[in-house]
Design a binder for this molecule. Structure first.
Ligand code: G3I
Ligand code: 9MR
Ligand code: ZN
Length: 564
């Protein structure tokens, strides 16, 4: 990425000399017209009043008083809320706080997340492997040639020779493809379709398949499903990943000359149970989702899911760690029982067959829905439990228990979010690698609770997490590339780093603050005793804070689809 300067052009156009004050934190995409609207002000001197003004001409549309200051232990900030919920008139606005300044502009309206949703969902097209990608007229220069067209079986896979490399999404800032991470990602995106499909059916993503009669969200997801299917061995087991042995440099994907290997566990049975369980779950969801559009593909997905399930019966807990000589991501998970439970639950929901339900009912009680620690690549148990209830699982005791646990966890998250000065659901312990996805996954958890029992407080708290990601945070930054007036600029993302475009590829969510500081850039620039929410820098080298990843974007896509 070339050096970038954000010019405050509109300031001049509107007659303001003043650049926006980072002390004022707003959702830079905006606020749904009918919902609560809160901005946050973090300044040393207590501020008193504020106005909300029309961006076009500065006319005051709302006057209010800031709330009492609250000390936020996670960031060290002193935060005051500016509540302008009563302002429901659609438009473009900014906040004006005397003595502090004006905020970034934001919208109030019916569909303020339509555009960010488009960019976030379309970012998967940008991650496509095995095909030339071009984001088109709106994003000139954002393209790459077909990449990673050949592959090979790694010695650790138990077989040898060439491998037909097929489709898939690059995982993150690197060019690897990982089944475990593809599992939670495609699972979350397919759930987005299953839960909010009515709103998404006609949304075009401007991808090569657009107009083929299948909704574009399903067209895009299928690109990764095809790769996942290519990772299943004849015995039903699924190899965990296809990557090079080491990460390549910051080159465009077609310039990556490292060999793309299908990598296994290095010993019998060579495939892993976590990958196979996630695969079975996702293929079962696919059997449901694609049936109306492509019955043959749906049937193929279901066959693949059944074969994976049968393999799991033989090998329930073969875990994966990198074999000798391999240094790419591991998505190392020491316990694959939640993946197996998820497979059982999704297969039961897809087929109604008793055997899957029996497995589920015999095992579900070992897992809980918690208020701290939502679903993630390493913890898919919540998806297993929810899908049983959302799919109309008939065992009343199990359904009642799961429902009650989901709602009491959601109630606690709502209380915690309201008490948090930044109105985010994260606890101090949640600021881990990819913490922004933890916030987004809390949002998803709250929206699932809302599906179990409609209650506006769940949707409002889900929205709070979205506001955090889109600018209402201690950095006053939008953590989605090219969304809002003050987005971050330097993701750890090879195409963004290697191309000549001024801005990074659009619609990508930053990993976010990470108290673990697992990269050299973070350790060099961020003091060890900083509060956890401050542990983030907008630097390309800081992969533990500022990478992007398909599994982080997925709950963002779910959240923006669900709060609309
Ligand atoms: O959950 C624990 C928490 O209980 C504990 O207190 C804390 C202490 O550090 O750690 C937490 O676990 C962290 C975990 O992420 C949370 O999901 C681990 O420390 C941390 O090492 C782990 O990081 C993972 C990272 O790979 C390193 O393995 C990320 O989840 C994962 O998203 C990331 O994935 C990488 C791929 O390997 C390669 N491709 C890029 C991708 C994104 O960076
Ligand atoms: O680019 C890699 C990123 O996708 C991973 O998340 C990260 C941790 O595994 O590693 C990155 O690659 C770095 C490597 O680990 C160490 N040398 C520098 C690489 C980044 O340029
Ligand atoms: Zn590729």
């Amino acid at each position: 990425m070339a050096g970038k300067f954000v010019l405050w052009l509109t300031a001049a156009a509107c007659g303001f000399a003043q650049a926006p004050a980072v002390e004022i934190r707003v959702d830079q995409a905006g606020y749904p017209a009918g919902g609560p609207k809160v901005a946050l002000v973090a300044a040393k001197a207590a501020a008193g009043e504020f106005t909300v003004r029309r961006a076009a001409d500065g006319i005051v549309e709302f006057r209010g008083k800031l709330g009492e200051p609250a000390a936020d232990a996670d960031s060290g900030d002193r935060v005051q809320a500016a509540d302008f919920s009563k302002l429901a008139k659609p438009g473009k606005y900014y906040l004006d706080v005397p003595g502090i300044g004006r905020s970034w502009t934001f919208a109030v309206g019916a569909d303020v997340y339509a555009r960010p949703w488009y960019l976030a969902m379309r970012s998967y097209y940008g991650q496509r492997c095995g095909i030339a990608v071009d984001l088109g007229k709106e994003f000139p220069g954002y393209r790459h040639a077909a990449c990673h067209l050949t592959g090979a079986m790694h010695a650790s896979s138990g077989t040898e020779g060439d491998h037909v490399s097929k489709a898939g999404w690059h995982d993150a800032g690197d060019y690897g493809r990982y089944v475990v991470n593809s599992g939670i990602t495609t699972g979350t995106l397919l759930w987005t379709w299953e839960m909010f499909g009515a709103r998404l059916r006609d949304v075009k993503l401007d991808i090569p398949e657009s107009g083929n009669g299948t909704p574009d969200i399903l067209n895009e997801i299928r690109w990764n499903l095809e790769w996942m299917l290519s990772m299943q061995d004849d015995d039903g087991g699924v190899w965990p990943k296809q990557t090079s042995e080491r990460f390549p440099g910051f080159v465009m994907p077609e310039k990556d000359t490292t060999v793309s290997y299908v990598i296994g566990t290095g010993k019998e049975p060579f495939k892993s149970s976590c990958a196979t369980g996630d695969f079975a779950a996702v293929m079962a969801i696919s059997a449901r989702a694609y049936k109306p559009f492509d019955a043959a593909f749906a049937a193929r997905a279901l066959r693949a899911a059944r074969e994976a399930w049968a393999w799991l019966g033989k090998y329930p807990n073969v875990t994966f760690t990198n074999p000798a000589g391999v240094a790419t991501g591991a998505y190392g998970d020491g316990n694959c029982s939640d993946e197996r439970l998820w497979a059982a639950a999704e297969l039961h929901r897809a087929t109604g067959e008793r055997a899957f339900e029996e497995y589920f009912l015999a095992n579900y009680a070992n897992f809980q829905i918690r208020a701290a620690g939502p679903q993630s690549w390493g913890n898919v148990a919540p998806l297993a439990l929810w899908t049983y209830v959302l799919g109309g699982g008939k065992d009343e005791a199990a359904a009642r228990e799961i429902r009650a646990e989901s709602l009491s966890a959601a109630d606690e998250i709502v209380r915690r979010t309201a008490a948090n000065p930044y109105h985010v659901s994260l606890t101090a312990r949640d600021y881990v690698w990819g913490s922004n996805s933890v916030a987004a996954n809390y949002g998803m958890q709250l929206l699932v609770a809302n599906a179990l029992q409609r209650d506006a407080k769940y949707v409002d708290a889900a929205l709070d997490n979205l506001h955090y990601l889109l600018g209402r945070n201690t950095f006053s930054v939008s953590w989605v590339t090219q969304v809002g007036e003050n987005p971050f600029h330097h993701p750890h993302h090879r195409p963004s780093g290697a191309d000549t475009n001024a801005e990074p590829w659009p619609g990508l969510l930053s990993g976010g603050p990470n108290r673990g500081r697992q990269d050299n850039a973070m350790r060099a620039k961020l003091a060890a005793d900083l509060p956890p929410a401050k542990m983030w820098i907008d630097e390309q080298e800081a992969y533990a804070a500022n990478e992007v990843a398909i599994n982080w974007n997925a709950p963002l896509v779910f959240l923006m689809a669900g709060v609309r």
